[in-house]
Design a protein around this ligand. Structure first.
Ligand SMILES: *[C@@H]1O[C@H](CO)[C@@H](O)[C@H](O)[C@H]1NC(C)=O
Ligand SMILES: *[C@@H]1O[C@H](CO)[C@@H](O)[C@H](O)[C@H]1NC(C)=O
Ligand SMILES: *[C@@H]1O[C@H](CO)[C@@H](O)[C@H](O)[C@H]1NC(C)=O
Ligand SMILES: *[C@@H]1O[C@H](CO)[C@@H](O)[C@H](O)[C@H]1NC(C)=O
Ligand SMILES: *[C@@H]1O[C@H](CO)[C@@H](O)[C@H](O)[C@H]1NC(C)=O
Ligand SMILES: *[C@@H]1O[C@H](CO)[C@@H](O)[C@H](O)[C@H]1NC(C)=O
Length: 496
C-alpha cells in the first residue's frame, strides 16, 4: 500500500513537467494523474473487486431497430485518404435513449476474406482516452495521419489484415461519444463503462448482424487492462444468465496493461532503477519511506521524489529511448516518414479529427458538441467512481472458462513496464506450460514469450513503448495474428 500510494504521488509531482516537455503521450499522463487521485488520502474511488451487472437485453427497451443504419454509417472515403479495397463504417449507437447517451464507433472490415475473419474490438485506456486517436490513427488502424494534418497514408501493418476491427470511443465524454445529460460525465467509472460498452456491442451486432455468430475478441492497452477484462466478464456473465451465446467471445489480449496496482507500481520503480533512469537509492527510498496514507512526508521520501522528478522529466517515460516531439506544428506538405510513429503524430491526429470535412465523412459530431475533439477527455477521470485495485480475479475466471488470454508488453515502456506485468502474472500463481523463449519475426527476435497452463500467453515485444503497434508495427501484427489463430509465437527464425 505504501509503495503504491507513493508512486502515485511521485507521478503527480512529475506531471506538470511532462506536460511542458512531451507531446503525444497523453494516454499515459492521464493514467498518472488518475492513479494518484485513486490512492490519495481521502480518495472516493471504490477500489473493491469488479462485479458485472446483469443486463437483460430482452426485457428492456434497449435494443433498437437498426434496419438500414449500417448503410447510412458507411464511410465512402475519408478526406485525404489513399485508395483502399476494404469497407469502413462510422457512426453512433445510442445506449441510453432517455439520457441521450451515444457512443461513437469506427469499424474497418478486413483487407481480405472478411466473411472468415474474426471480429476484434480495440479499446484504449486513460481513463478517458480515445480508441480512435490512439488505436485507429496512431497504432493499428489502416491509416496514419500525415504531418500536414489533412491527408492519410496506408499502414501496411494494419490489424485489419488479421481481423475486422472495431474501434470504440468509450465511455461517453471521450472523443465523439457524448451524453445529452451532462451529469452522466460525473458518474463515470469502470462498472458503468463496461455496462455501456456491453449495451453498445449488443446493439452494434443488430446493426451488423452478419457478425453475431463470428468469433469475437477484445484487445486493448494501458487502462484498458481494466476495460477489456471487465467487458469480457460482463459478456461471460450475461451469456451464462441468458443460457445462450449472446456474444461469441473467444478471448482477450491486453498490453502494457494496468492489472494489479501494487505490483504495477513496484514494477515501475524497479524498471526505472534497473534501466538506469532513477538511482537505486531513490527506488529504495521511495519504497521504504514514502507512505501517503499519512499526510507527513519523511525527508528521505521527499528527496527521492525530487530526484525522480529530475530524472524522468526530460525523457518520454512511455518509451524511454524515443525522441521527443520538438515541433508539433503542421507542415504544408507531408513529411516523408517511416511507419514507426512520429513523436509529434498526436498533433497531426488532433488537427485531422477536428476538421469539419473529416467529421462529416466519419458521421461524427452530428450534434455539434461544444468542445473540440481531444485524444483524452479531461472531464471524466476527476469524477471516476470505481476502479478495482486488481483485475487478477477476472483473469482467473477467463482461464477457468476456457477463454484465450494473452498479455503482451512493449519492453521500453517505463509507465506500465514489463517488470510490472511480470510481477502481476507471478501473483497469479500459474504453472508454466512452455518455458520462456525468444519468439521471432522477420528473422529477428520479436520478443520473448512464456505460456502458462490454463492458456495464458505472456509475450514481450522488443523495442516497443507503451503503444506497441506504434513502435513495432510488424511485430505487433505478427502478435495479433498468432493470438487470433491461437498458434504459438514462432520459436525459430523460419516459420511457415
Ligand atoms: C503508513 O502510515 C500509516 C499511518 O502512519 C501506518 O499505519 C502504515 O503502516 C504505514 N504504511 C507503511 C507501508 O509503512
Ligand atoms: C442529443 O440531443 C440532440 C439535440 O436535441 C439530438 O439531436 C440527439 O439525437 C440527442 N442524442 C441522443 C443519443 O439521443
Ligand atoms: C440451457 O440451454 C440448454 C440447451 O439449449 C438446455 O439443455 C438447458 O436445459 C438450459 N439450462 C437452463 C438452466 O435453462
Ligand atoms: C510553430 O508555429 C508557431 C505559430 O505559427 C510559430 O510561432 C513557432 O515558431 C513554430 N514553431 C517552430 C518550432 O517552428
Ligand atoms: C463539433 O462541431 C462543432 C461545430 O462545428 C465544433 O466547434 C466542435 O469543436 C466539434 N466537437 C467535436 C468534439 O468534434
Ligand atoms: C500458489 O500455488 C501453490 C502451489 O500450487 C500453492 O501452494 C499456493 O497456496 C498458491 N498461492 C496462492 C496465493 O494462490
Amino acid at each position: 500500500m505504501g509503495k503504491t500510494s507513493c508512486l502515485a504521488l511521485t507521478s503527480l509531482l512529475t506531471f506538470s513537467f511532462f506536460m511542458a516537455e512531451i507531446h503525444g503521450s497523453k494516454q499515459g499522463q492521464v493514467l498518472d494523474m488518475f492513479q494518484k487521485s485513486k490512492y490519495k488520502v481521502g480518495s472516493q474511488i471504490d477500489r473493491s473487486d469488479f462485479n458485472a451487472q446483469e443486463v437483460v437485453v430482452d426485457n428492456y427497451d434497449m435494443v433498437d431497430s437498426h434496419n438500414g443504419l449500417k448503410e447510412k454509417d458507411r464511410i465512402v472515403k475519408l478526406p485525404g485518404q489513399p485508395h483502399v479495397k476494404f469497407s469502413q463504417y462510422g457512426g453512433y449507437v445510442t445506449i441510453d435513449k432517455l439520457a441521450g447517451r451515444a457512443l461513437y464507433y469506427y469499424f474497418v472490415e478486413s483487407q481480405h476474406s472478411k466473411e472468415k475473419m474474426p471480429l476484434l474490438l480495440w479499446l484504449n485506456g486513460g481513463p478517458g482516452c480515445s480508441s480512435l486517436a490512439y488505436g485507429a490513427m496512431e497504432e493499428l488502424g489502416p491509416f496514419r495521419v500525415n504531418s500536414d494534418g489533412k491527408t492519410l497514408k496506408n499502414n501496411r501493418y494494419s490489424w485489419n489484415y488479421a481481423a475486422n476491427v472495431l474501434f470504440l470511443e468509450s465511455p461517453a465524454g471521450v472523443g465523439f461519444s457524448y451524453s445529452n445529460r451532462s451529469s452522466d460525465y460525473d458518474t463515470s467509472g469502470d462498472r458503468k463503462t463496461s455496462t455501456d460498452n456491453y449495451i453498445f456491442l449488443v446493439n452494434w451486432l443488430e446493426r451488423f448482424p452478419e457478425y453475431k455468430k463470428r468469433d469475437f475478441y477484445i484487445a486493448g492497452e494501458s487502462y484498458a487492462g481494466h476495460y477489456v477484462p471487465q467487458l469480457a466478464h460482463t459478456i461471460v456473465h450475461n451469456n451464462k444468465k441468458a443460457n445462450k451465446t449472446i456474444i461469441n467471445l473467444k478471448g482477450i489480449m491486453i498490453g502494457n496493461a494496468v492489472i494489479n496496482d501494487k505490483t504495477d507500481n513496484l514494477g515501475m520503480n524497479d524498471y526505472l532503477a534497473s534501466h538506469a533512469i532513477i538511482s537505486d537509492q531513490a527506488a529504495h527510498d521511495i519504497n521504504t519511506f514514502c507512505n501517503f496514507s499519512s499526510d507527513a512526508t519523511p525527508i528521505q521520501c521527499q528527496r527521492a521524489i525530487d530526484e525522480y522528478n529530475r530524472d524522468v522529466s526530460f525523457i518520454d517515460i512511455y518509451n524511454i529511448y524515443a525522441p521527443l516531439c520538438n515541433n508539433p506544428n503542421l507542415t504544408a506538405f507531408p513529411k516523408k516518414s517511416s511507419i514507426v510513429i512520429d513523436p509529434c503524430s498526436g498533433a497531426y491526429t488532433h488537427a485531422y479529427l477536428n476538421r469539419a470535412n473529416v467529421q462529416e465523412a466519419l458521421h461524427a459530431n452530428v450534434t455539434k458538441l461544444k468542445y473540440d475533439w481531444e485524444s483524452c477527455s479531461d472531464i471524466l477521470f476527476s469524477k471516476w467512481g470505481d476502479s478495482p485495485s486488481t483485475i487478477i480475479p477476472l483473469l482467473h475466471e477467463f482461464l477457468n472458462n476456457g477463454l484465450r488470454v494473452w498479455i503482451f508488453s512493449g519492453d521500453t515502456d517505463g509507465r506500465v513496464p514489463v517488470t510490472s506485468t511480470k510481477y502481476s502474472i507471478k501473483k497469479m500463481n500459474l504453472s508454466t506450460k512452455t518455458a520462456w523463449y525468444p519468439w521471432f519475426f522477420n528473422g529477428e527476435v520479436g520478443g520473448y514469450a512464456e505460456v502458462y497452463k490454463g492458456d495464458l500467453t505472456f509475450a514481450t515485444v522488443r523495442e516497443a513503448g507503451h503503444e506497441v503497434p506504434s513502435y513495432q508495427p510488424g511485430r505487433a501484427l505478427s502478435l495479433i495474428m498468432h493470438f487470433l489463430k491461437g498458434t504459438p509465437l514462432p520459436t525459430t527464425k523460419r516459420q511457415p
